[in-house]
Design a protein around this ligand. Structure first.
Ligand SMILES: [Zn+2]
Ligand SMILES: [Zn+2]
Length: 157
């Protein structure tokens, strides 16, 4: 997987490839890979399900070594989300968390049982958007789409 390349088939984001791509993007964008930022990245790669900012901050506090400040954690999350490296994931309880993603037109499938997130590229909403734009005179600028259900492994249990 190269730097900006999203998975070509629906797939779980590979944490190693994701972290490498983020570091490359930081480097290209002139953002220094400081120790606290790298610790944030590393901790994110350990989550099997969407995580919240508070959960991440708590986990970083519990780890040994230099602890990033709350502001650094939140700013790093904002940067990653703004650049498309983290997707906002909504769970059924109405909570929102983050999951690793790639910049571009990506959507996500989320397992309501184990929390696994599968990313897929694009969607087939063009016809619907065109019709709605014609019917409502809206200049539609974006859309949100997230699918939820039970993953293959959870269905076998
Ligand atoms: Zn599952
Ligand atoms: Zn879409």
């Amino acid at each position: 997987m190269s730097v900006n390349e999203a998975p070509s088939r629906p797939a779980r984001v590979n944490p190693e490839a994701w972290a490498n791509a983020v570091r490359a993007a930081w480097h290209a964008g002139g953002l220094r890979a400081t120790e606290p930022r790298l610790r944030v990245l590393k901790t994110i790669t350990r989550y099997a399900a969407p995580f919240t900012a508070e959960q991440l901050y708590t986990d970083l506090l519990a780890a040994a070594g230099e602890r990033p400040g709350r502001a650094t954690v939140y700013r790093t999350l904002e940067q990653l989300h703004g650049a498309g490296w983290l997707a906002r994931i909504h769970t059924q309880g109405g909570e929102a968390g983050y999951a690793p993603s790639f910049p571009g037109h990506l959507h996500h499938l989320v397992c309501t049982s184990c929390g696994i997130v599968i990313a897929f590229e694009g969607c087939a909403l063009d016809e619907l958007l065109e019709r709605l734009a014609a019917q409502t005179s809206f200049a539609i600028e974006g859309h949100l789409l997230q699918l939820y259900g039970r993953c293959a492994a959870c269905r076998k249990r």
